[in-house]
Design a binder for this molecule. Structure first.
Ligand code: NAD
Ligand code: ZN
Ligand code: ZN
Length: 354
């Protein structure tokens, strides 16, 4: 069996580069040679043991690469094509997919919660030299020649997710929007809010670097929650409460703050991954009769989503390259995890080059 190098999860706190079998495609599959990938906040949850995956799994779910091998039954692609693949790889054929809920893909049957997230979760992922892509016909998005790997790598997950927070929040032209937490996801939600036509975007975090980046990407006001009552300030700035609040951290506190910042009838669009119990205080919800709407979204995937996002880059509507602050070769991925995980050196996202 031919071999490759990949980042393998062994147990909480134990992971690193190993030599493993190189994948080959089955029916409807393709194998790509990965040319760039990155590390997601969710990978941090995995290596810390906060999100369980099976030992021996190659992790990572944000692949850019070149088609190396094409399995039987795949048409319209050639070896050598440059492709971007979403973090979420829907089958495109199940009830969920055909009803438009691609991220909750039911694996050829009905629905399965989070079922569309396969890479680095239920099958081997992208922090590797080669990656086997399931349901390749629905998931390989050809990269326009004029776009570099750096310009598209963040579209696979954080941009698709962050922007979906604004879409699911149904932001209308003129809406006021508050974004709680300005990690990569919240920063992309800020970009999304601007694209959707928000008149006022308020970003909240404590990290100066990220507050500055939010301003650069479209936030009109940034607030450091350590130094002021952000709920009162959002209410003051919006004349009584924001139309839409986007949660981009996954804690009780930020979720609750989002609710308390909303005007009655406002929409809370939640992107964070929560653990434990999430509670809805009755007073923040106007006793349950304040006409609030709460929506949650898992990163949209599939090749059409990737094509649309790449068109946005190609035509200059979005540019996420300022978020790629560091580059590491695959062989130094543990160092990259440390820099990213400990938020050293002003890091926002790291590019990994196999
Ligand atoms: N819905 C999805 O499909 C999806 C996809 C990817 C990641 N996620 C989740 O999104 C969340 C954010 O991911 P990320 O990579 O941007 O996170 P991150 O850890 O890089 O950033 C979190 C930010 O939150 C800030 N913060 C901490 N406490 C805060 C508070 N009380 N108020 C405001 N800001 C605060 C930090 O300073 C930091 O900048 C995570 O839960 C992640 O698992 C969801
Ligand atoms: Zn992710
Ligand atoms: Zn499906």
């Amino acid at each position: 069996m031919d071999k490759m190098f990949a980042n393998v999860f062994r147990s909480p706190g134990k992971f690193g580069i190993e030599e493993v079998d190189r994948p080959h495609p089955g029916v409807g599959e393709a194998v790509i040679r990965v040319t760039m990938t990155t590390i997601c906040g969710t990978d941090l949850h995995i290596v810390r043991g906060e999100y369980p995956v099976k030992p021996g799994l190659v992790i990572g779910h944000e692949p850019v690469g070149v088609i190396e091998e094409i399995g039987p039954g795949l048409s319209g692609y050639q070896v050598g094509d440059r492709v971007l693949i979403g973090a979420i790889t829907p089958c495109g054929q199940c009830r969920a997919c055909l009803s438009g809920h691609l991220s909750q893909c039911g694996h050829t049957a009905g629905y399965e919660a989070i079922g569309g997230w396969r890479f680095g979760n239920t099958i081997n992922g992208a922090q590797a030299q080669y990656l086997r892509v399931p349901y390749a016909q629905a998931n390989l998005a050809r990269i326009p020649d004029e776009l570099t790997d750096e310009q598209v790598v963040l579209l696979a997950d954080i941009a698709s997710t962050g922007i979906s927070g604004a879409e699911s929040g149904e932001i209308k032209i003129g809406d006021s929007v508050v974004v709680f937490a300005l990690g990569p996801i919240g920063l992309c939600a800020t970009v999304g809010a601007r694209l959707e036509g928000a008149s006022l975007i308020i970003g909240i975090d404590s990290d100066e670097n990220r507050l500055a980046m939010a301003s650069r990407l479209g936030a009109d006001v940034v607030l450091d929650y350590r130094y002021l009552d952000v709920i009162a300030e959002v209410k003051r700035l919006t004349g009584g409460g924001a139309d839409v609040a986007i949660e981009a951290l996954g804690t009780q506190q930020t979720f609750e703050n989002c609710l308390r910042c909303l005007r009655p009838g406002g929409i809370l669009s939640s992107l964070g991954v929560y653990s434990g119990k999430l509670q809805l205080p009755y007073d923040a919800l106007a006793a349950g009769i304040g006409d609030y709407r709460i929506v949650t979204t898992l990163c949209p995937g599939g090749k059409e989503r990737m094509r649309r996002l790449m068109e946005m880059v190609k035509h200059g509507r979005i540019d996420l390259t300022p978020l790629l602050t560091h580059v590491f070769p695959l062989g130094r991925i543990q160092e990259a995890y440390n820099v990213f995980g400990e938020r050293l050196d002003g890091v926002i996202k790291v590019a990994i080059k196999p």
